[in-house]
Unconditional design. Structure first.
Length: 323
């Protein structure tokens, strides 16, 4: 697996890193499904061990994934032999409110940070993200939240500060005042505001690490679905309309076949194309790929983590967007 310098953190991370949203299993936040069905603890821990063995040494998690369960599985992997010092470990907080009526209450932030440290069985989290950029209707909770985050860094609980959101424009609203070391935007071949939002230019000007999440659009871009899908309770994907859209699913199957024809020498041509297109022109970027079992680790490694040429990346986007 190709490695890269993760911006000004100066950490060496793989171009394809391991995301653990699915390790939390099915989960609800009030009436909203926020987890993934089809989870198996044993397979997830085996994936962590295999990822380390094959050089996927940047792991990304969050306290909201299974209400701490994904973090606990990582902690167990460390306790059972994966060397903690060989993993660049990222976690996030913000999607749990605790006793407050809003996100990012400083007292609850502290309790969550300490809970994550216990779950992960570590003394320090390498990179700690604001999980989203909803700091109140008028941003009124931002200053106190940032002060709390910086205290965690000063106390040695975390090393670097990150900023994440589904909408890159929201990241841009707070990026200057946060001065993060890394950002984590939602990005794939179809949904992509990374450049138009100004975030790409900021990353380059300030030497930030960047981790793109959901590069496969929750698995939709793999083109593996022949018919509309119904998911179990607690599965985030049940709220994604494209899973129930036959025309969209057919377009993804066509795109899959096009990628297979375009990259015949690749063991994982579709993942190679989808991740490589995101890495094009982004030397400090990694792509977070969910890996819930050792076979998915093998697929991530086989994809290679190499950036496509500018022309190839543009072609991938055109095919997936049906242009």
């Amino acid at each position: 697996m190709r490695t890269l310098r993760f911006g000004r953190t100066n950490a060496q991370v793989p171009a394809i890193s391991l995301g653990t949203w699915g390790h939390g299993g099915p989960n609800m936040a009030g009436s909203a499904p926020v987890g993934w069905s089809g989870h198996d603890d044993g397979l997830a821990k085996a994936a962590l061990v295999e990822a380390h063995r094959q050089g996927i040494t940047h792991w990304d998690t969050a306290d909201a994934y299974g209400s701490g369960h994904a973090e606990q599985l990582i902690g167990e992997a460390f306790a059972e032999g994966v060397p903690r010092k060989e993993i660049f470990l990222a976690s996030k907080f913000g999607y749990q409110t605790g006793p407050s009526d809003h996100w990012y209450d400083p007292d609850f932030m502290r309790s969550q940070c300490e809970a994550s440290l216990r779950n992960l069985q570590t003394d320090v989290i390498d990179l700690y993200y604001f999980h989203h950029c909803d700091f109140g209707p008028n941003g009124e909770y931002f200053d106190d939240a940032l002060a709390a985050m910086r205290r965690f860094r000063d106390e040695g609980k975390i090393r670097f500060i990150g900023l994440s959101d589904w909408d890159a424009r929201k990241i841009m609203k707070f990026i200057e005042r946060t001065d993060p070391d890394a950002v984590q935007p939602y990005r794939n071949a179809i949904d992509d505001d990374y450049e138009s939002s100004g975030l790409k230019a900021w990353v380059e000007a300030h030497d930030l690490g960047v981790a793109f999440f959901s590069p496969l659009k929750h698995g939709l871009l793999l083109g593996k679905y022949d018919e509309p899908q119904i998911f179990a309770e607690g599965d985030f994907r049940s709220g994604i309309p494209e899973f129930r859209d036959p025309q969209f699913l057919a377009r993804m199957r066509y795109a899959r076949d096009e990628m297979t024809r375009r990259f015949p020498d690749q063991h994982e041509p579709v993942i190679h194309a989808l991740t490589g297109a995101l890495l094009t022109g982004n030397p400090t970027a990694t792509v977070l790929l969910g890996q819930r079992n050792p076979k998915q680790v093998d697929a991530a490694v086989a994809a290679g983590g190499d950036a496509l040429s500018k022309e190839e990346a543009a072609r991938v986007r055109r095919v997936y967007r049906g242009e």
